[in-house]
Design a binder for this molecule. Structure first.
Ligand code: PHE
Ligand code: ZN
Length: 849
């Protein structure tokens, strides 16, 4: 059980442990209710750090016995660990503990999932396995012996021996305990091999439950592509004889980069054309890459403490984004990433949960695996790369790997590498790591006799604990277009360092049209009242695909806001301009599909809030519907042509080209359904031979309120497939008419297949409700109540997933007083619960503060 008064941990309190761990041996005697773990750990005083109290973390473990150098000891046990008198020099600690994996529902430490044993140790789960200095700066080599009757016994590193009922593993690379892993079960293998460029052969395996063997091929291809990419781009090779991936059904997150034994949420690795969509395939490819890339950025070089989490996560996200843009379309990937950033990170950065990319305090570190640490963390690295240039970035990364291999490093170490490699002073740049909040960038322009001047002003609004902000370094990519649409001045990287700063472009023959923040060169809100004609001009001519998309997006946003606030009609000028882009067959279908997408309702709420307007979820929803109807009517004459261009004639492949066509096809079908009442969607559903087509048809039918028969058919077809059933649960809530969404969700929580202890299924229902903006914010408060009911129910079992899902309430203050009061009531009801977990209580406390 957690302590009553949660402790806050501060970055400024960091102290080394005081001992080094030279070597760890673990023996696991697995049994569901009584697993015994024997540990033998060699400790030596750390010459660099003064010895203090000898404290080992340990939670929910029963100590059976402990010895130091063979002599029995009786440590003082606390709820967080144990304290013990120890000799002055080096010594050997041995302990035997007992734990009960079958009753571990938190999915942290050693737990069971569908008959298999598996572990999740990041961030602080190893302490639920045995007593240990469970902190990332303590790195050691591990030898593991597993004793179990189950056929497959896996741990980190290389296998060193096995026999009937046992197996042994040794990991030669020193690692922190959070990278420890063990998996045991009746598993099937999808094997392959990879030869590194220095000629080392590596055995690759994807381990799955019987029946899932047919869903491994794509993950394996992605793994091999990732291994090649890291060799080619960063010169990084894999460093063990085997690389194992395991798919687990019960998992709180996407996946985990344990050394040599990555553990994946089965949704993040299993795929077949019949059961997974193109978007699933792309996501799996990027998560496989992400976890693999951690082998160097995270494992070989790890974090000194959890405040440095972005050191591994921001960098690894940045690396997986680069991988995807190299393999697929860089423009499409950038647009998708920015749309995600605005949808997930901006609300966090502009609400009560705002925190710096490198936080300075926390109660529960699990609450800091956030969009800010991950996605904004990656943006910060992207800015660094833009500022120093590609070549210097590559040089700095080489230096980072050389200098810090084997280290538990900090953001200071990371920035020093860039300073040493480039001679730049990055002290101001470092504010991106310490200041929370999204900077707002406003622009003024002046034209005077051939000289065009842009003057920028940056303001970062206050965030919790940070009332005043200093100016940050903002790379602003700008290109200038001449009146005929040509590029008058190609992209230039302006480096803004002051609160207000001007940049002049000389020698121009005519007043240009600026394209500002190309490629979204910094994670800021650009505040500029651009005349609609100018945006339309950029939509037609901008050479930068991101800004071309963003011009259209801004026009759509502004048109929608006029509809929401003033009851305006859909903006026919924008729709016509968009139509011209859509007809341009030289443009990538994937890009045209993105152009057809409207801002999400949550994004519109966010933008209204940024403009100081109280968002009305029903008005937002109705305007979005009206806009989509107007687009359908206006584009009707070209829908056949577009559908023909979206046609795929080759056998199914989830590559960029085919996926792009299918996403254009999906967007066209959505418009068509508004005109034909669902006839085309019904035909596509009936004929579909892959999940992308089947699901896009089903989505259209649900939105049209015409999906009864198809939902039943889908259920009957897929009831044996857990991952597809998650889609069945989620989609009928996410795409439901908002007026019905809370009731729909409630009814589905009573469905016999609603296994609420499984995080994927729980999220499929309650997470989907939170994603249906107007449904969640239903004026009766039924959405709020239902979510709170279930969060209260889940919290005692799985605090981590409960706490993460509380963020659905993070925007509560921006709505009308009625909705505010109802959300506050639910938050207070959660906060008041006896025995609430530390995770959830920290989140709710921050959201309410
Ligand atoms: N480190 C994992 C990743 O980003 C995420 C994770 C965190 C998984 C905590 C489980 C628990 O790849
Ligand atoms: Zn990661």
């Amino acid at each position: 059980m957690k302590d009553a008064a949660p402790q806050t941990v501060y970055l400024s309190d960091y102290k080394p442990f005081g001992w080094r761990v030279e070597d760890v041996s673990l023996t696991f005697r697995l049994a569901p209710e009584a697993t015994r773990i024997l540990s033998r750990i060699r400790f030596a005083p750390d010459p660099a750090a003064p010895a203090q109290d000898f404290f080992l973390h340990g939670e929910d473990v029963s100590l059976i016995r402990a010895t130091i150098d063979g002599a029995e000891v009786t440590p003082e046990i606390t709820p967080q660990g144990l304290r013990c008198a120890v000799p002055e020099g080096a010594f050997t600690w041995e302990a035997e503990v007992e734990i009960a994996p079958a009753s571990n529902t938190a999915l942290e430490g050693l737990y069971m999932s569908g008959g298999m044993y598996c572990t999740q140790c990041e961030a602080e789960g190893f302490r639920k396995i045995t007593y240990y200095p469970d902190r990332p700066d303590v790195m050691a080599t591990f030898s593991v012996r597993i004793e179990s009757d189950l056929p497959v016994l896996l741990s980190n590193g290389n296998p060193t021996g096995s026999g009937d009922g046992w197996a042994e593993w040794h990991d030669p690379w020193p690692k922190p305990a959070y990278l420890f892993a063990l998996v045991t079960g009746d598993l099937r293998n999808h094997p392959d091999t990879f030869t590194t460029r220095s000629g080392k052969e590596v055995a690759l395996n994807i381990w799955v439950r019987p029946g899932d063997e047919g869903k491994c091929a794509w993950g394996m291809e992605a793994l091999k592509k990732s291994m090649t990419w890291d060799e080619e781009v960063h010169g990084r090779e894999y460093d063990l004889d085997v690389f194992n991936i395991v798919a687990v059904d019960d998992f709180n997150m996407g996946a985990m980069e344990n050394k040599g034994l990555n553990i994946f949420n089965s949704a993040a690795v299993l795929a077949s054309p019949e059961t997974a969509t193109d978007a699933n395939f792309e996501r799996i490819e990027s998560i496989i890459a992400h976890e693999y890339f951690h082998n160097w950025t995270g494992n070989r070089i790890t974090c000194r403490d959890w405040f440095q989490l972005c050191l591994k996560e921001g960098l690894t996200v940045f690396r997986d984004q680069q991988f995807t843009s190299d393999l697929r379309s860089a423009a499409v990937k950038r647009i998708e990433d920015v749309a995600q950033l605005r949808a997930r990170q901006f609300p966090e950065d502009q609400g009560p949960l705002a925190h710096p990319v490198r936080p300075e305090s926390f109660q529960e570190i699990n609450n800091f695996y956030t969009a800010t640490v991950y996605e904004k963390g990656a943006e910060v690295i992207g800015m660094l790369k833009r500022l120093v240039g590609d070549e210097a970035y590559a040089k700095a990364l080489d230096l980072y790997f050389d200098r810090h291999d084997g280290d538990a490093a900090t953001i200071e170490d990371w920035l020093r590498v860039f300073e040493d490699a480039t001679g730049r002073d990055l002290s101001q740049f470092k504010r991106w790591y310490s200041q929370a909040g999204t900077p707002r960038l406003s622009v003024e322009e002046a034209w005077d006799d051939g000289t065009y001047t842009l003057t920028f002003t940056q303001v970062t609004p206050p965030t919790p604990g940070q009332p005043d902000k200093a100016p940050q370094v903002i790379p602003i990519a700008v290109g200038l277009l001449s009146p005929n649409g040509d590029e008058a001045v190609p992209t230039r990287m302006l480096e803004m360092t002051e609160g207000k700063q001007s940049f002049a472009f000389e020698g121009l023959s005519a007043r240009p049209v600026p394209s500002i923040l190309r490629g979204f060169s910094a994670p800021v809100v650009l505040e500029r009242d651009v005349p609609a004609e100018e945006r339309a001009f950029l939509l037609a001519h901008d050479a930068d695909p991101f800004n071309r998309w963003d011009s259209s997006r801004s026009l759509a946003r502004e048109a929608l806001i006029a509809m929401i606030r003033d009851g305006a009609e859909p903006d026919a000028t924008w729709i016509d301009a968009l139509g011209r882009v859509l007809r341009d067959e030289t443009l990538d279908p994937a890009f045209r599909a993105l152009m057809l997408g409207l801002p999400t309702q949550a994004e519109l709420a966010q933008v209204l809030h940024e403009k100081g307007v109280t968002p009305d979820p029903d008005a937002i929803c109705n305007s979005t519907e009206a806009m989509a109807d107007a687009m359908a009517k206006r584009f009707e004459p070209m829908l056949d042509d577009l559908a023909a261009q979206a046609q795929v004639d080759a056998p199914y492949a989830p590559d960029a080209e085919q996926s792009g066509k299918r996403s254009l096809g999906g967007a066209v079908l959505a418009l068509r359904t508004r005109l034909d009442g669902g006839a085309a969607a019904r035909a596509q559903f009936a004929a579909a031979d892959n999940m992308t087509l089947q699901l896009s048809a089903l989505t259209c039918l649900i939105r049209a309120g015409e999906a009864r028969a198809e939902l039943d058919a889908f259920h009957d077809q897929w009831q044996g497939d857990r991952l597809v059933m998650d889609k069945w649960f989620g989609l009928q809530i996410a795409a439901a008419d908002p007026a019905e969404a809370p009731d729909r969700a409630k009814a589905l929580t009573q469905h016999p297949a609603f296994d609420w202890k499984n995080p994927n299924r729980f999220r499929a229902v309650l997470g989907a409700l939170a994603m249906n903006h107007a449904g969640f914010h239903h004026k009766t408060g039924a959405g709020y109540r239902l979510l709170a009911d279930w969060l209260l129910r889940l919290d005692p079992l799985n605090p981590q997933t409960t706490a993460r899902m509380c963020s659905a309430f993070q925007t509560w203050r921006r709505y009308d007083t009625g909705r505010q009061a109802m959300m506050k009531e639910q938050l207070e009801r959660i906060a008041a619960k006896d025995g609430l977990s530390r995770d959830t209580s920290e989140m709710v406390g921050r959201i309410l503060s």
